[in-house]
Design a protein around this ligand. Structure first.
Ligand code: GLN
Length: 378
């Protein structure tokens, strides 16, 4: 059989998750909370099921959910999206991203991505016959070299994908970065795909710089967001995309034939729950405490730590422990030490190995204690 994705295997999240399970390791690999969501949210979804919202939802998502999302974006980022034709509920941000890429990328179109890059962008681009134009983030602090970016733009550039807060590095784009991006994209027709699934996980008093905040970016952007990350329900696989109506019209043409519509009772529950901003505003503090708890517990380990500014991922540099490559080291940590993480090389340009592992700290203190006890022994 001729593969359309000859270079793609099984995702690192599946591989490491499976090994973690097999060896009964403390699992800080795939990103998901190991605690339950707010019981109020669970109850709202249960009620929606009991009330009979169990048939197809409207293709674009229920109106009340799109309306409250529109209000939330306007309050936080000052940009108004019309719920009627500029917001669509998706079965996870991953589906939103896939749909956005397949809606706009044609064969030979170039798509600029920044490496290390989350793993779902490239296969989608390849399946559309697009050309991936990777730009490596700067080594020291994972910043974007904007001159490099500018030089990578050609008449064939169709799309740029950014991700802030950034998975797997835990860094964020600053206002300065966004202004530079806006300036460089001015007078082009380039579409910006802005993956903002960790928008509510930004620490140390910093703010999330959504593409929606910048008029010159918002007018060319598809924003992708996730309820899984925000409400501790990654298994519900629900998110949304927001974009100007010309882009959203095309997006929905594809969306309707990919999933048609998404989980109906969950939409009702989330729409109710989103009405109270307290249900997501405190998330920064909640996860900052987890980050600090984890980092404090491993401060005397042999790992080099540069605290993340966003997401629920912390990169640890193990170069002072061994020069083993990160995939084999990550596997050994599972088998010998019973702790699972994600090796960063799989996301890097040419799979460059910088001796870095990613640990997810969206875990109970009990789990973080167990993890720290192990990491301090390595
Ligand atoms: N976003 C999750 C992570 O980075 C993985 C989700 C998945 O496995 N597709 O860990």
């Amino acid at each position: 059989i001729e593969s359309k994705l000859p270079k793609v295997g099984t995702t690192i999240f599946t591989t490491m998750g499976k090994l973690a399970y097999q060896y009964d390791a403390v699992n800080l690999s795939q990103g998901f909370p190991n605690f339950n969501a707010d019981s109020k949210l669970l109850k709202l979804v249960q009620e929606a099921i009991s009330e009979g919202y169990n048939q197809y939802a409207p293709m674009q998502g229920i109106y009340s959910l799109r309306e409250i999302i529109s209000e939330k974006i306007e309050n936080l980022y000052g940009h108004s999206y019309n719920p009627e034709n500029e917001i669509t509920i998706t079965a996870s941000a991953t589906q939103g991203i896939f749909t956005a890429i397949s809606t706009f990328v044609k064969p030979n179109d170039e798509v600029i991505i920044f490496k290390p890059a989350y793993d779902c962008y490239e296969p989608a681009i390849t399946l559309c016959g697009g050309v991936i134009v990777p730009i490596q983030l700067l080594d020291a602090d994972f910043k974007i070299d904007w001159e490099n970016f500018k030089a990578a733009i050609t008449p064939k550039t169709k799309m740029v994908i950014i991700n802030t807060p950034h998975n797997p590095t835990g860094t964020i784009l600053s206002e300065q970065d966004m202004l530079k991006l806006q300036y460089i994209l001015e007078d082009t027709n380039i579409i910006l795909l802005s993956d903002e699934v960790y928008e509510h996980l930004v620490f140390d008093g910093k703010t999330h710089e959504s593409a929606a905040k910048f008029q010159g970016l918002a007018s060319r952007s598809i924003l992708c967001a996730s309820f899984g990350k925000t409400f501790h329900v990654t298994g519900w696989k629900m998110g949304y995309c927001a974009a100007p109506k010309e882009l959203m019209l095309e997006f929905r043409k594809v969306h309707q034939y990919v999933v048609f519509c998404v989980n109906h009772p969950v939409q009702h529950g989330v729409a109710q729950y989103l009405k109270n901003p307290k249900n997501y505003i405190g998330l920064n503090t909640f996860y900052q405490q987890k980050r600090d708890y984890f980092l404090n517990a491993i401060q005397n380990s042999r790992f080099k730590i540069s605290p993340c500014t966003g997401t629920y991922f912390q990169i640890l540099d193990y170069s002072s422990i061994t020069d083993e490559n990160d995939i084999s080291f990550a596997e050994r940590l599972i088998k010998e030490y019973k702790i699972a993480s994600i090796p960063i090389s799989v996301f890097n340009l040419d799979n460059q190995d910088n001796k870095q592992l990613r640990f997810c700290f969206a875990k109970t203190e009990e789990t973080l204690d167990k993890a720290a006890e192990i990491l301090n022994r390595i």
